[in-house]
Design a protein around this ligand. Structure first.
Ligand SMILES: Cc1ncc(COP(=O)(O)O)c(C=O)c1O
Length: 401
């Protein structure tokens, strides 16, 4: 008997008329977590100033609070998240999303003309934009690493070697994707970070898709900074991410929005970046509890991985394509080549096909281009089952383009 599947949609507000195969894109928050968020919002609204200035965070340089004062609520939430991702609460701050965390790092590093920021060719486009923005202001350049592809050639050793070839004495920062948004591959970030360290290059790991999706132990990755989204696979309300910072990098890191916490330390700088709604962060531990207590962490991961792995093969076979990705590089998403007649349309196919799937077939799926060919990125969550992917396979056969 399957443990999960369509009946689990009852835990979400997702429209049951829509086949939702894109959990990875912006996440989907379980009802119980939204309830917890709303409870926080009600508590905030009972005494907003008291809550935000006295209970949520503490803005002081040297006084850790009155003796016996409880740890600020945002720090308590950070402790819970840190515990989940293998970190100490004091080394981790909340950010609205991965983009904000990545911008914090990029805007905090000192760049000189001629310096290089290294990104992978599988990097998320918005991250590349952020790197380009800071590089062009400093007269630096963004260097793109050509990683091995197709997937059967993307062995960890080949990926690490490609990265190492791109390191130069001018490399000031390497941004490494833990799970690529485009190919969905799990990349060997710990080994890549080790090579960067050997060359004296600081490393930012973009783990936007990792928390919840795969086991994550940030402190052991050997990076200087790790950014992750909690609203994708860790069931936090939107918008909620974290930024982990190695102790040596704490003094020089600042949020993209400077506020009252300037120079008061990592937590103070990031815990108050102007007035905003902290309820997604405060409810993040409820997302973790849902995963652990309602679904079961291992059961959820086994279901998601097994389902996407099986269906990637099934769909590729139906479409006359090969799905060659090694299983160890697959988490709960898999990018699958589309039927040749669609794949050949490349990037141009993506928006039209995505819209047609949604409007004509009620399927939300991520269509993207990889090296000039159109692919579909399958995501699996506990509310999905094989029938969802069969509907997608049928729809592809019917696409009129
Ligand atoms: C690899 C990667 N990095 C960064 C981001 C940006 O995340 P956000 O839009 O939550 O800032 C995404 C979003 O999907 C992503 O896939």
């Amino acid at each position: 008997m399957p443990r999960f599947g369509r009946s689990f949609l009852a835990h979400w507000w997702l429209d049951p008329e829509i086949t939702y195969l894109n959990h990875g894109t912006v996440g989907a928050t379980p009802r119980v977590v939204l309830d917890a968020q709303h409870a926080w919002q009600r508590r905030i609204e009972a005494q907003p100033a008291r809550f935000l200035f006295r209970e949520l965070m503490r803005l002081t340089a040297d006084a850790p609070g009155a003796p016996g004062a409880p740890r600020p609520l945002l720090r308590q939430a950070a402790d819970a998240v840190a515990d989940f991702v293998g970190a100490r609460g004091d080394d981790l701050v909340f950010v609205d999303n991965a983009s904000t965390g990545i911008n914090a790092v990029l805007r905090s590093i000192a760049l000189q003309p001629g310096d290089e920021i290294l990104v992978l060719d599988q990097a998320y486009g918005a991250v590349v934009n952020a790197a380009r923005f800071v590089a062009r202001k400093a007269g630096a350049t963004v260097v793109t690493v050509a990683t091995p592809w197709p997937a059967d050639e993307a062995t960890p050793a080949a990926t690490v070697a490609a990265l190492e070839r791109a390191l130069t004495p001018r490399t000031r920062l390497a941004i490494l994707d833990h799970i690529s948004s485009q190919t969905a591959l799990i990349l060997p970030v710990a080994e890549m970070a080790a090579r960067c360290r050997a060359h004296g290059v600081p490393v930012l790991i973009d783990a936007a898709h990792a928390p919840g999706a795969i086991a994550l132990d940030v402190a052991s990755l050997g990076a200087d900074w790790v950014v992750g989204n909690l609203h994708k696979w860790a069931f936090a309300p939107r918008a909620c991410g974290f930024l982990w910072v190695a102790p040596a990098q704490r003094a020089s890191l600042h949020p993209p929005v400077i506020s009252w916490g300037l120079d008061l330390g990592l937590a103070q700088e990031f815990d108050w970046t102007g007035t905003r709604d902290p309820s997604p962060m405060l409810a993040a531990p409820d997302g973790l509890a849902f995963m652990r207590d309602v679904l079961g962490l291992e059961a959820m991961r086994d279901w998601n991985h097994g389902l996407v792995w099986r269906m990637a093969h099934t769909l590729a076979a139906r479409w006359g394509r090969r799905f060659d990705t090694p299983e160890s590089l697959v988490g709960c998403m898999a990018s699958v080549p589309l039927p040749a007649r669609i794949a050949a349309l490349g990037e141009a196919a993506a928006p039209a096909l995505k819209d047609w799937l949604l409007h004509e077939r009620r399927i939300e799926a991520q269509v993207l281009a990889i090296r000039g060919e159109a692919w579909v990125r399958l995501a699996a969550q506990v509310y999905n089952d094989e029938a969802d992917y069969e509907r997608l396979a049928d729809a592809m056969d019917q696409w009129p383009a």
